[in-house]
Design a protein around this ligand. Structure first.
Ligand code: FAD
Ligand code: NAD
Ligand code: SF4
Ligand code: FES
Length: 813
């Protein structure tokens, strides 16, 4: 420190926004102020955001401190902990703490944050009823979990869901009571919200929707909740997460203009000159914010103002949020609702568990919702913030790739294509360019980049991107990163993971994550199903499929529809049915009020709109095998009528198709697999746009592979020509097993064939010995497969999974 400062700066509130402002001031004008900080909490400034991770086991309390006491001392800051300021004397320009400490100021910053809103209902003050705001709350929940088992969280917003996830981690039963019909209604539309709910249910969370809490019952300690509809829920820990209220009492008493928050102008100055407010307690242009990114923007503007650096002022923020629950990727930004004057585009892939919605207004992107894969969140948010015209680029934004570019372009090429001014770390407003410069200036780890730029220092959501940039731009690395993880939880790629599983004999998803040091202990929606698949593929004889690592569709063995009902597709081999099967399907459809019965593109019958609780009965009464219309597995074998009826047919395509479908049904594959068999080169079964298509020719068959008729049409390539039906089956088996062993999870054959090249596949399969070995390994896998519907129908425990959500008992008064 150089000259003795002449002005006194007092900060009330040792939290995230206030201390970020002080840090900025120290950078811009290190000698300008003598700084005193008052904090009501007994801790130095810590990362409040990470409390969710602490509760969920992803961090330790000691890991979340942002500024250690030594940092304050090094920067000549006088720090008063456990000292609440109870009075501001504007005339004397002095503040007074609860214990009587007085401090004079020339500049005063109020950064008092918010408090959880506690519902004013009978029983709200009972023991065991808490908010979730600070370290103390976190410790109370941890302590309660050691003695009690049933927790209820009131509020299905960001905080409530993160709290519930943490409580599950602590071994408690966690029920979320939400007043709206669907969760996170402030951030998500209904389809995304329903997908989220299903994922969280799979993690063990329970939900009571459209429930208004009327009171909390119990003696001294809470024992449960009573609802307005007369029902109740037992709970011995109740966490209220129904929103926050800015802490404004102190400012109000001091005569500052206060509405919902402390009213400030564009330079964060309150109605009293020299007195400023930042963070959640401040109200700017009518808005109070509850996320760090806008609060940090405010802090940066205020610091400039205090350091005498010219600034146009703060003009307000567009916000984006990400739910920090491991295993669930949800992103929401801007105006996501469908309102008059806006146009929404969306795609939902129930199979991959992904949802994308973009909202446009006057050719600009104004909002976005992503579920399942949030890797494009940063770039969509950048477009929303820039306000640039996106006319003509709507499809690119919706699909997440430029026309002509591969749909699943590698994360590395996406990072490389990112513009320099695109924000990578939303919490701290750090651009790609800033991170790349830090790397070029010698930062060699994410920790160093954090220390240098703040990126990844708050919610941690951008860590995978920061790590990706580090790998991409570190000296000596090629344009492709050295290592590209299968998801943000690891930097290990598919091949490394498979090699480690084999070498170390790892036998469960959890074991792989532990031994290979996953960053997220629970993994995510990308890696859990991938590991489950790899383990099943590598250990066909003794691996037990982990249902909880599969998408909801695969767990329930039915496709979930937009409205929460399911579709049921029984197997119809080769598209050939019988009057008896048709009668049974019709009877079930009538009995269970199935609203729609539809023929699918794969020549089957789809019963749409089946209620979850009816699924076991529907399967039982259909008494037909599962068609696997929901899984990454063999789907359909489409056939034309072939030589049996068609005058052009040279071979029995129906017989061949039925044989293939019976041979490979229930086979799990990296991506869904569709087959087709055509009876002559007229190709009526569209064999050339299937993963594997067979076409009859004079005296034999042609086998084509790697075709796709979906978003990006790809024509299949000729793998081989064979003479007999047995050879068709053998080559198909060998190709499917080679695909199972070589492709990445979720990689369709079209992409895989394009990536590795047809010649390499031909090379492997042409060798008779290798082909035979592949067929044997495939048969070993198939020998253990059983029909999932039959299993569920016969198992009372499994049937319970389909029962309606927790029964709420009526309360006896
Ligand atoms: C569990 C949890 C998870 C969150 N996750 C995210 C997230 O992922 N992303 C995100 O953007 N935001 C998240 N938030 C919100 C984010 O933490 C807040 O927006 C941010 O901390 C607000 O900063 P602040 O400085 O305004 O208030 P705070 O950080 O609350 O700081 C205010 C401080 O002032 C003190 N204080 C109040 N009155 C006085 C007084 N009179 N005298 C002295 N001291 C006083 C308080 O004790 C407190 O320490 C989360 C919040 C919680 C609780
Ligand atoms: N990942 C993140 O970004 C993150 C995480 C945690 C907290 N936060 C922030 O912390 C603050 C607090 O979070 P929050 O979730 O409490 O606030 P919120 O206002 O975002 O959500 C509160 C939720 O509670 C529901 N609710 C209201 N009254 C209810 C009632 N009587 N019964 C049941 N449900 C009721 C609302 O419908 C709403 O969905 C917010 O500013 C939030 O943005 C952010
Ligand atoms: S592909 Fe050939 S055999 Fe099959 S229906 Fe068409 S014309 Fe007939
Ligand atoms: S986005 Fe939250 S720390 Fe970077």
């Amino acid at each position: 420190m150089g000259l003795k400062p002449t002005k006194k700066l007092v900060l009330i509130g040792n939290g995230m926004a206030g201390m970020r402002t002080v840090e900025h001031v120290l950078k811009l004008a290190p000698d300008a102020y003598e700084i005193t900080v008052f904090g009501a909490e007994p801790h130095p400034n810590y990362n409040r955001i990470m409390l969710s991770s602490v509760l969920a086991g992803g961090a330790d309390l000691k890991d979340i401190v942002i500024n250690h006491p030594s940092w304050y001392a090094e920067n000549w800051i006088k720090l008063h902990l456990s000292e609440e300021i109870v009075k501001i004397n504007n005339d004397k320009r002095r503040v007074i703490s609860a214990s009587g400490i007085e401090a004079d100021y020339d500049v005063l910053i109020l950064a008092t944050g918010s408090s959880p809103f506690m519902l004013p209902i009978p029983g709200a003050r009972k023991e065991g009823v808490i908010g979730f705001r600070d370290i103390n709350d976190c410790e109370r929940m941890m302590k309660a979990s050691r003695h009690y088992h049933k927790a209820a969280v009131i509020g299905g917003g960001l905080l409530g869901l993160e709290a519930a996830r943490g409580l599950l981690h602590l071994g408690m039963e966690a029920s979320v009571v939400h007043i709206h019909p669907y969760l996170m209604e402030r951030q998500l539309d209904e389809p995304a919200s329903r997908m989220l709910q299903r994922e969280l249910e799979a993690q063990g969370m329970k939900f009571l929707l459209q429930k208004q809490t009327a009171g909390i019952y119990g003696q001294r300690r809470a024992e449960g909740l009573e609802f307005a509809d007369g029902s109740s829920l037992a709970a011995d820990l109740i966490v209220m997460a129904v929103g926050i209220r800015p802490n404004v009492d102190l400012a109000k008493a001091a005569g500052l203009k206060v509405e919902r928050g402390i009213v400030v102008d564009d330079h964060m100055e309150t109605s009293v000159p020299g007195v400023y407010a930042v963070g959640e307690c401040a109200q700017h242009r009518g808005i109070t914010y509850g996320l760090v990114a806008p609060l940090y923007e405010q802090g940066s503007v205020l610091a400039k103002r205090l350091a005498g650096v010219e600034t146009p002022g703060y003009t307000g923020s567009v916000t984006s949020t990400k739910l920090k629950v491991s295993g669930v990727d949800v992103f929401s930004a801007g105006f996501f609702a469908d309102t008059p004057g806006t146009r929404s585009l969306r795609i939902q892939d129930e199979l991959d568990g992904t949802y994308r919605k973009i909202v446009l207004q006057d050719d600009k992107l104004v909002g976005a919702v992503l579920f399942g894969d949030t890797s494009d969140g940063a770039s969509l948010f950048a477009k929303i913030k820039s306000g640039e015209s996106v006319a003509g680029k709507e499809k690119e934004l919706l699909l997440g790739y430029a026309p002509g570019q591969a749909a699943n372009a590698s994360p590395a090429s996406r990072l490389a294509a990112m513009a320099g001014d695109e924000i990578v770390c939303g919490c701290n407003g750090v651009t790609k360019e800033t991170i790349v410069n830090a790397v070029k200036n010698g930062c060699t780890s994410v920790g160093e980049i954090k220390a240098c730029t703040k990126a990844s220092g708050s919610c941690g959501g951008c860590k995978p991107l920061v790590e990706g940039l580090l790998q991409l731009y570190a000296e000596g690395s090629s344009l492709e990163p050295v290592k590209e993880g299968i998801c943000g939880c690891t930097s290990l790629g598919r091949d490394e993971i498979i090699a480690s599983i084999k070498a170390m004999g790892l036998k469960s998803v959890k074991e792989v994550m532990n031994v290979l040091e996953w960053r997220e202990p629970e993994g995510c929606t990308k890696c859990r199903p991938a590991l489950n698949y790899y383990l099943g593929m590598l250990w066909p004889s003794d691996y037990t499929d982990e249902k909880e690592s599969r998408f909801a569709n695969e767990r329930y063995h039915a496709n979930i529809q937009k409205d929460g009902t399911y579709s049921v597709v029984p197997r119809i081999y080769g598209g050939v049915t019988s009057p008896a099967d048709l009668k049974r399907i019709a009877a079930v459809a009538e009995k269970y009020d199935v609203p729609m019965v539809k023929f699918t593109g794969g020549q089957r019958i789809d019963l749409l709109g089946v209620k979850k609780e009816d699924l076991p009965k529907v399967w039982e009464e259909l008494n037909m095998p599962s068609g696997y219309a929901y899984g990454k597995a063999l789907r359909t074998v489409k056939t034309c009528v072939g030589s049996t009826f068609c005058r052009f047919g040279t071979q029995d395509s129906i017989g061949m198709g039925v044989r293939l479908e019976k041979a490979f049904e229930r086979l799990n594959t990296p991506g869904k697999v569709k087959l087709a068999v055509s009876g002559c080169p007229r190709n009526c079964a569209e064999s050339t746009i299937k993963d594997l298509g067979v076409i009859a020719i004079d005296g034999g068959w042609e086998i084509y592979v790697g075709g796709n008729g979906g978003v990006k049409v790809r024509v299949a390539e000729l793998l081989c020509m064979v003479k007999t039906e047995d050879e068709v089956v053998e080559w198909t088996a060998a190709f499917l097993q080679y695909y199972r062993e070589q492709a990445g999870w979720n990689e369709r054959t079209a992409h895989w064939v394009e990536r590795v090249g047809l010649e390499s596949i031909k090379g492997a399969l042409e060798n008779h010995e290798e082909r035979t070995a592949l067929v044997e390994r495939l048969e070993q896998t198939l020998s253990r497969s059983t029909d999932p519907w039959k299993e569920i129908v016969q198992d009372a425990e499994l049937r319970k999974n389909f029962e309606p959500l927790p029964k709420v008992e009526p309360i006896m008064k």
